[in-house]
Design a protein around this ligand. Structure first.
Ligand code: PMP
Length: 355
């Protein structure tokens, strides 16, 4: 009897690698684009006062509280909103629901590295288009026939935004396939395309509560689209997990949307910190891409990004380094508080003097 033949039936996949989550509290963690500020006090109150008795029941199948709050926030109908466990869950459902063509789907070569992972998991053919030297997306590449388009706006890890006119241009040239715009970082300076779902019935916009609403630990996100597309997302969801958003998460997310004042205050503070940190980096000789996100993407002409990453790590500061073609001399640095960025700045200055 031969042994271990069952192994040939196992999945062969290279999974997405997320930023490290160290257990130690002594580490300054600027590697996963998390928000340095706590969730809104209204969210904290909802969680504190949540009646645990209610957890004996399954949550609402359509996360109604969250969908209604998100619809109200954007002046849409509940039927325009889908909810899931973070945008990773929402995007995975969207890839399944919408990318079933023989033609490859298309996305930029430098982008969120989960896209090719879902393609291999779900057997979706794909092709990438190179962003230019400034890491900008060339919209004309996306005019060619394809099986679907997915573009993060702003892009990650580059932090570069694509203007709404350019998104519209892509939509105008892609009327026969689904276009997904992944707006994970939109609240840090970009212009949202949610409005465009009223005009384009093939557009899906995804947003997350992990970044601008400080709820990465809760896993909540939404997709906005025409009701017909939302129904397809629901059908996929109901085919693998009918209740992805739990009752506490749904209530907490709704509270986060209602506290507009806190949201504005914290996101503006992050934008201010980002802009002044980027200036300090430039002062040290770094080249910093124009960021519309809660992180910066930068490179130094004289020093290796890997060396800087390792030095910061030895000083208990985690930033992100990707050992990948075209970006292997770049660093992605999450924006924390002013104080945290000053700490990193000092360490970077130390590194430069030492070298
Ligand atoms: N899209 C992009 C571009 C991201 O960078 C991330 C964060 N890793 C996500 C989606 C997923 O975020 P979440 O699942 O926390 O909503």
């Amino acid at each position: 009897m031969s042994e271990g033949l069952w192994r040939k039936n196992l999945i062969n996949i290279e999974p997405y690698v997320a930023g490290e989550q160290p257990a130690s509290e002594d580490i300054l963690k600027l590697n996963a684009n998390e928000n340095p500020y706590p969730p809104s006090p209204m969210v904290q109150r909802v969680i504190r006062e949540f009646d645990a008795e209610g957890l004996k029941k399954y949550p609402s199948m359509d996360a109604a509280v969250l969908r209604e709050a998100a619809a109200e926030y954007y002046g849409l109908k509940k039927e325009n909103v889908f909810a899931g466990n973070g945008s990773d869950d929402v995007l995975a459902a969207a890839f399944r629901a919408f990318f079933n063509s023989d033609k490859p789907i298309v996305f930029p070569d430098i982008t969120y590295s989960f896209y090719p992972v879902w393609c291999s998991l779900l057997n979706i053919p794909y092709r990438t288009f190179a962003v230019n030297e400034a890491f900008e997306i060339n919209t004309e590449d996306y005019y060619a026939p394809n099986g679907g388009v997915v573009i993060p706006n702003p892009n990650a890890p580059t932090s570069v935004e694509l203007g709404r006119d350019r998104i519209t241009d892509i939509l105008e040239h892609n009327r026969d396939c689904i276009v997904i715009i992944d707006e994970a970082y939109i609240d840090f300076g970009g212009q949202s395309s949610v409005e465009l779902i009223k005009k384009y019935d093939n557009l899906v916009v995804t947003q997350t509560f992990s970044k601008s609403r400080s709820l990465a630990g809760m896993r909540i996100a939404a997709a906005f689209a025409a009701p017909e597309l939302i129904a397809y997302l629901d059908a996929v969801k109901d085919s693998y997990n009918s209740y992805p958003v739990d009752s506490i998460a749904s209530a907490a997310a709704a509270a986060a949307l209602k506290d507009r004042e806190y949201f504005e205050k914290t996101r503006r503070q992050i934008i201010r910190t980002r802009d002044s940190f980027a200036e300090s980096l430039r002062g040290m000789g770094f080249k910093v891409l124009p960021s519309s996100t809660n992180f910066v993407f930068c490179t130094h002409p004289e020093f290796s990004a890997r060396d800087i990453f390792e030095y910061a790590r030895s000083r208990n500061i985690y930033i992100r380094y990707f050992d990948k073609p075209r970006i292997d001399n770049y660093l992605r640095i999450t924006i924390g508080t002013d104080r945290q960025m000053n700490t990193l700045e000092q360490v970077l200055r130390e590194f430069i003097i030492k070298e």
